[in-house]
Write a protein that binds this ligand. Sequence first.
Ligand code: NAD
Length: 492
Amino acid sequence: MSKIDIETGYLNRANHFIDGRWQAADGQQRRELVNPYDESGFGSVALGTAEDVDAAVKAARAALPSWSALPRHQRAKWCYAIAEALKEKAELLARLESLNVGSPISFSRMAHAQVAVAITASYGEFLERGGHDEVIGNSRVVREPIGVVGAIAAWNYPLMLLLGKAIPAIAAGCTVVAKPSEVTPLTSMVVADVLQEVGLPAGVINIVNGDGPTVGEALVNHRGVDMVSFTGSTAVGRRIMANAATQVKKVALELGGKSATVVLDDAPLEQAVRGAVRGAYPNAGQTCIALSRLIVPGNLIDQALDIAADEAGRFIAGDPMDERTTLGPLAFAGHHQRVAEYIRLGQREATLIAGGEGLPDGVERGFFVKPTVFGRVDPQARIAQEEIFGPVLSVIAAGSEEQAIDIANGTIYGLNGAVWSADPERAVRAARRMQCGKVDINGGGFNLDAPAGGFKQSGIGRERGHYALEEYMEVKSLQFADADLARASALE
Ligand code: NAD
């Protein structure tokens, strides 16, 4: 069996993982999967039904009482066991994400596989650190698992998004029904194998494949689901929130972004602009926290555009499985068309500085988009307001720091940001004024234990770290006859 057969072998049983075992899909419908590099079909995935969702929710509800009663340290052991088993399959996971999403293999190893393993293990550590009951007068405030969580993921970081919901949820004592994106189901199938291999009790994590309108909506609307944790577009997030509202069901929403790098007038321009361009294009720009706008002082814009064009030209397009590739294709044809339309729009709205229409050098087919820079973009232009989700950067001139912050805050989104200044305190002051869930200061890097999430229409709630654990818990006050009894009650 060739390596690719082993990889795609996951597909041919890509049905559903319910109650601890693989189960055939209720319906006959399947979706073709296409390799974004060579545009060849390489398998299909089941499109589940409301009946499949119902079976999975029943399994999750049945597993809930015993799972939620487990002490924290035992749940921690499960997190470590899952992390260890995922680590053994890290290379397979990386290759599957490269095949399915199109991410360059070096990026897949780091940003898909390693990050997913680390997130999983981190919840073992958080659980071992103990709980944090609070005593307030005669009350002891405790946290309880919210119940059954419906976890719905996007296609851009399939493994990380699925585990970034399912693991903190089970760490909190909840059980889960997860729906991967129908575009990128492969690594979720490996996760199911891992859960079986480590012997996680049946029903604690269930995975149902399928599309949004059928499986996604059935999960959100199911009365046996206590909370929905969703990562995806703002448009679908709004619909999920509206559907969940009919049952006053808790939602955690990780949505879109149009994040900005703000370069202040004292910043090291070259370093800042190169950092901003690299921050705009990870995973070919298909990253919710991509820094897709760059705001620079007006008097420095020509220099900034030269540097940005140079940095954009350094990306190497090619086979995602090739170690030298730094720019992979976009994940699927429909998305490629959408991004190409934005590039045509950008040519009408602004000045093209680098990239543009057509295939980048080094490739002859596939859903590739050239690393593209638009210069002197009006902050109100559509390319500066709407999430493009491809390697497209809009460079905007600002007349002052005040104006730069206003532009950065001037979209419906508020997910991520970056600030560059020679004066760290000035950078922090600017960062505090940015309306977003995370700000990188002078190139500050990713921290997977720190919370991430959105202001405004970028979402509700936080993922990662102990903040994510708390998302999956309800707060309860136990009232005692007096404060001494409240203090004496040891629950964890
Ligand atoms: P999408 O909203 O189209 O789909 C996301 C998921 O929702 C998929 O699994 C889909 O099947 C499902 N879905 C679709 N309609 C549904 C419905 N009516 N009810 C329930 N589920 C439904 O998003 P996408 O195109 O897969 O992903 C790209 C988007 O995700 C971008 O906007 C990106 O910014 C966002 N994203 C955000 C974060 C974050 O942490 N904030 C991370 C990754 C991606």
